[in-house]
Design a binder for this molecule. Sequence first.
Ligand code: ZN
Ligand code: ZN
Length: 411
Amino acid sequence: MNQQFLQQYAEFIVRVGVNVQPRQALIIRCPIEGAAFGRACMEAALDAGARDVILRYEDELASRIRMQKADEDTLCRPMPSELRSYLDYAESEEGLCVLSIYAEDPEIYKGLDADKIHRVNVARRTFMQPWQEYTMKDKIQWCVVSIPTAAWAKAVFPQLAAEEAVERLWEEIFKVCRVTEGDPVAAWREHVARSTARKQRLNALDLESIHLTSANGTDLTVGLADGAVWEGASSIAENGAEFIANVPTEEVFTAPHKDRVNGVVKGTKPYAYNGEVIEGFSVTFRDGKVVAHSAEKNDALLGRLLESDAGACHIGEVALVPASSPINRSGLLFYNTLFDENAACHIAFGAGYPINIRGGAGMSRAALDAAGLNDSVIHEDVMVGSADMRITGLTRTGETVLIFENGEWVF
Ligand code: ZN
Ligand code: ZN
């Protein structure tokens, strides 16, 4: 792979993506196959003034063996040391930021007991919630990026040999992450500025709801939470540092009201969940709640997802992504939510982000509930956008405004 691009990608991620501040600690979660990239990020962070970098290697094949062979009680048991290993840094005076290098084989758990995997994941997320709050509320800078692994690359390019597939996936990642445009930092500044202008425009409209329609049968009205704020591209952490939570990111998104979503929505891209793929789904909402669902592939898995807890059958996010996004234009299905969610408009089953409510990061759970922000242990983005999607907004003064036509922003 192109070493210069790799270096530029690592530096851009550390300096602009996670934007590590002088004297901060950085935790990097990295798949073992990506050790070279993890080290490149570590070096870039220390050069940028990080106090320390903690590299945590993760081995998904070992995770599969453990998921298969260890008993469920053990896997569900809370491990305070694991939670503390994040909180000790997060609570320290100099603070913490975190970079997650995500490169999961979309079918890593294929063939294992799906109910067990689901219960283990729910138990884990519940237990790690005090840490999750740091990212869900943007208390610290956080950034999720991807690098190819052989298993993931083979899922994207099944016709290629593993080595060739990894090369191709690197090329695609560099392209859709704007690394090949010569100066990724400048390209991202411009992209962030464009997204910021759009979210400011939407915030100025003071919308009560948006209405999504498409020839495939999607006809969905999404009422927005009280005090809903549109966000996109970059975020600001408690310490004032600007960061990009997801690379790539093409979305401008907000918080639906958990009880004000009505109509039908069709899935437009396959969706990888718990190591399996859900395809061709249709979901019907009444007063915010899913009242019917079906899927051409893995409907039972979709059902389990929606039953994770009381909030899982409501949505916590609606995100607008134009059909011209570089991820969609690549024509590829990445089997990785980080990429696929940026190819199309999407909704997320489960928790909403407090940052999508005005003043939400400082609000109590009861206040967030009252504003209509959904709560759940899950947050699962599913793609519903299409090339013919039309979106209108209804302002609180009763005016209808066109936002998307033929899958594209009208402003
Ligand atoms: Zn999103
Ligand atoms: Zn999301």
